[in-house]
Design a protein around this ligand. Structure first.
Ligand SMILES: NC(=O)c1ccc[n+]([C@@H]2O[C@H](COP(=O)([O-])OP(=O)(O)OC[C@H]3O[C@@H](n4cnc5c(N)ncnc54)[C@H](OP(=O)(O)O)[C@@H]3O)[C@@H](O)[C@H]2O)c1
Length: 338
């Protein structure tokens, strides 16, 4: 699993995968999936063997069931069988229907001992979720004061949290394949929505704007590279930069947005405000995770609550997964429970 983490932020819609080859109690080679389109972890580990013959009788540990289909690279399972591995230990079955236990069966038929430890799913939560639910895993993230406000006054940007939180939010963006904001957040905060470490596959940026005709192309987001989707109800007639795509629908409901993203193969979505967009998504019942940064500040009788504008009929329950201190702020991560 440590090997797999080396690919963080580079594997796009592929999972993080690590592999180790062991023989007679000794590690012969290690590998991982470096980036989307590159060779898979087990093939990377094999490429680090001094001699491929060393694989005969060896054990391959790999955090995900090897693939059996021709994708951007040839089927890994064929190579494993060809090289004469004696045993293969997988961290989990691949939920992708093209694999889904079929490689394990194939290896068993070829007299390879196969063990599934079922202990690595947490490393690829969104990947697993996507294949199980046919939609992206949705995380709603915001920073708020101790009295639950996300800004000091409506229409005003308020920097609530410190630098440690900023660094953490960058990691959160890196772990998601798409980021979404609402119209007022674009106007008021003027964000770029980029990941500052310049990953090979930055998240898609999505903005909900009622009337795309009102787009202000001077805003920071339009000065940066990488795809931007504008979801709007009215066509735009302005000349737009090549990376900006306008998609028109009478009413972009959360359900339609998620359906559209699922069709694009997007496995994870981070919703970054503001208050009304949060309320819309919460009402739709589609929020799976919450990440809340709490700044030790009181705003008082003004400002927007973190979620505002849409009634829900029943309180939703979340399980707190993690509480960490980030400088002066506190981060709470929670997962929806049903
Ligand atoms: N502290 C934080 O973490 C944080 C994060 C983000 C933003 N903020 C703050 O939040 C404030 C903005 O929040 P906000 O609640 O006013 O605005 P918002 O949630 O950013 O945007 C809401 C607006 O989006 C429009 N919209 C366009 N298409 C839509 C669609 N398909 N579905 C739903 N809405 C759509 C809505 O238009 P209609 O009016 O036509 O429905 C509505 O006016 C800013 O002050 C910003 O600084 C804080």
């Amino acid at each position: 699993m440590d090997q797999a983490q080396n690919g963080l932020g580079q594997t796009w819609q592929n999972p993080l995968v690590g592999a180790v080859i062991v023989k007679n109690g000794q590690i012969l080679a290690k590998g991982y999936h470096h980036r989307f389109g590159d060779k898979h972890a087990e093939i990377d580990a094999i490429s680090h063997l001094k001699n491929e013959k060393a694989a005969i009788g060896a054990t391959l540990y790999v955090t995900l069931e090897p693939c059996r289909h021709q994708g951007k690279t040839p089927p890994c399972v064929d190579k494993i069988i060809e090289l004469g591995f004696k045993r293969v230990v997988v961290g989990q079955i691949d939920p992708n229907p093209l694999v889904a236990g079929k490689s394990v069966e194939r290896m068993k038929q070829c007299d390879i001992q196969v063990t599934n430890l079922d202990n690595s799913k947490s490393m690829n939560l969104a990947y697993n979720f996507y294949y199980q639910n046919s939609r992206p895993l949705i995380t709603l993230k915001y920073a708020m004061s101790l009295d639950g406000k996300i800004n000091q006054r409506n229409g005003e940007r308020t920097r609530l949290t410190g630098n440690d939180t900023f660094q953490d939010t960058q990691k959160l963006r890196l772990m998601n394949q798409a980021i979404l904001i609402g119209e007022n957040t674009l106007k008021v905060d003027n964000p770029q929505l980029t990941v500052r470490c310049n990953p090979t596959f930055p998240p898609l940026r999505i903005v909900l704007i009622r009337n795309a005709q009102k787009l202000d192309l001077q805003q920071a987001i339009f000065q940066s590279k990488g795809p931007i989707y504008i979801l709007t109800s009215y066509e735009n007639t302005q000349v737009l930069p090549e990376n900006v795509h306008v998609l028109v629908d009478e009413a972009w409901t959360p359900k339609k947005i998620i359906h559209f993203l699922a069709q694009q193969g997007i496995q994870s979505l981070l919703i970054e405000g503001g208050s009304h967009i949060h309320a819309n998504f919460i009402k739709s019942g589609l929020v799976d995770n919450l990440v809340v940064y709490i700044a030790p500040k009181l705003i008082g009788g003004t400002g927007l609550p973190s979620v505002w504008g849409q009634e829900i009929f029943e309180m939703m329950n979340f399980k707190i997964k993690q509480i960490v201190q980030l400088g002066a702020d506190v981060k709470i991560s929670a997962r929806r429970v049903y």
